[in-house]
Design a protein around this ligand. Structure first.
Ligand SMILES: Nc1ncnc2c1ncn2[C@@H]1O[C@H](COP(=O)(O)OP(=O)(O)OP(=O)(O)O)[C@@H](O)[C@H]1O
Length: 342
């Protein structure tokens, strides 16, 4: 990532629909040039509303301001903000072919024919759809349509690219492939991007920074690693990945003073009966191919999730022993409201 000074700045942006439906409480967010910021959170937390405020499709409530490279664009409509948008639903023109869809924004700007031809050619090549140039949109697969939508959004070289769950409608394999391509595209072009998703894996893979939202507020903002290993908000701790919580007294060999210990599934392994520092019995087991995800009812009444790489099957009720890596415990002391709130 090559980031430069602030490209997008949201200042005290709030949004209330009608009299009392608050989608966003006043929030501040600075996005650097070239940075990919992922807005992550459950349905209804305000991600799309925030994206629409950046786009100019919604105005923030009185007092909120949106700045692009230091210029106040709060009152400037979407068509004059030079943003590119990509939605889950593609939003392509069905009566035009692929070439004309990609060329659309350039034509609106009255670019020269040669500029349009060159730029569309470049986009077709970049998205590997040159052979589809004269196909109609309804003759394309979902993945191909999304490639066209991406090409169309970046053809005008937008100041900010806004993506709202662009991969949500695609099957898992295609989603993975396009995610890799979007990542390399954003990095190659150095575009400032804001990407909305409720998919953690997508957020982790694509974000230089993840902004986790909850009920119209920013719960935490940080790099994927910061968010995963140092959650500072109870909601984030719960929402990102799986976090196990056991009583310290039930863990053999633990000598610290914390009453409860928190750890990720990957930081414990199933070991033989005479070893390990924690035990319980198998409550459920899900075979996932490369591993089996086990839910273990601990002897301290905790419910613990771990992954086994063993090929053996685990019958419900089997006694299992875990070795939890005590050097990799998640420190929840920074969690607002203390551990009891987490
Ligand atoms: N035009 C509108 N009128 C009234 N309420 C709205 C409007 N748009 C959004 N809301 C409300 O604002 C809240 C935030 O919606 P928003 O679409 O931003 O959430 P989201 O996090 O993007 O959710 P999802 O992941 O389901 O798309 C929701 O409670 C929603 O019902």
């Amino acid at each position: 990532m090559s980031v430069s000074k602030t490209a997008v700045s949201l200042q005290q942006c709030a949004k209330t629909f009608g009299d009392d439906s608050t989608a966003l409480y006043p929030l501040n967010l600075e996005i650097s040039g070239g940075e990919t910021v992922v807005l992550l959170g459950p349905s209804g937390c305000g991600k799309t509303t925030l994206l629409r405020i950046i786009a100019g499709l919604e105005s923030p409530d009185q007092g909120g301001r949106v700045l692009f490279n230091g210029d106040d664009v709060t009152r400037i409509p979407i068509e004059k903000r030079n943003v590119g948008m990509i939605f889950q639903s593609y939003a392509l023109f069905p009566n035009m072919d692929v070439f004309d869809n990609i060329a659309y924004g350039l034509r609106v700007r009255r670019e020269d024919r040669s500029v349009i031809n060159d730029r569309v050619g470049e986009m077709l090549e970049m998205m590997q759809i040159s052979d589809l140039s004269h196909r109609k949109i309804d003759q394309l697969s979902g993945g191909q349509r999304q490639r066209v939508a991406i090409a169309r959004a970046i053809a005008t070289r937008p100041r900010v690219l806004l993506l709202d769950e662009p991969l949500a409608a695609l099957d898992a394999l295609l989603r993975d492939r396009l995610r890799v391509e979007i990542d390399s595209l954003l990095r190659t072009l150095g575009i400032t991007a804001v990407y909305v998703t409720h998919d953690q894996a997508e957020a982790m893979a694509l974000g230089d920074r993840i902004v986790v939202m909850s009920k119209g507020r920013i719960a935490q903002s940080g790099t994927p690693r910061e968010i995963y290993y140092n959650p500072t908000d109870p909601f984030v701790a719960d929402f990102i990945g799986t976090l196990n919580r056991v009583s310290a007294a039930s863990v053999k060999g633990y000598q610290g003073s914390t009453p409860e210990l928190f750890f990720r599934p990957e930081d414990a392994e199933i070991v033989s009966a005479d070893s390990g520092n924690y035990s319980g019995h198998v409550k459920s087991a899900f075979f996932l191919g490369d591993r089996t995800r086990l839910v273990i009812a601990g002897h301290d009444q905790a419910e613990v999730v771990v992954d086994s790489k063993h090929r053996a099957e685990f019958a419900i009720g089997t006694e299992v022993h875990l070795q939890m890596n005590l050097d990799r415990l998640i420190d929840m002391s920074g969690c607002e409201g203390g551990q009891s709130a987490c």
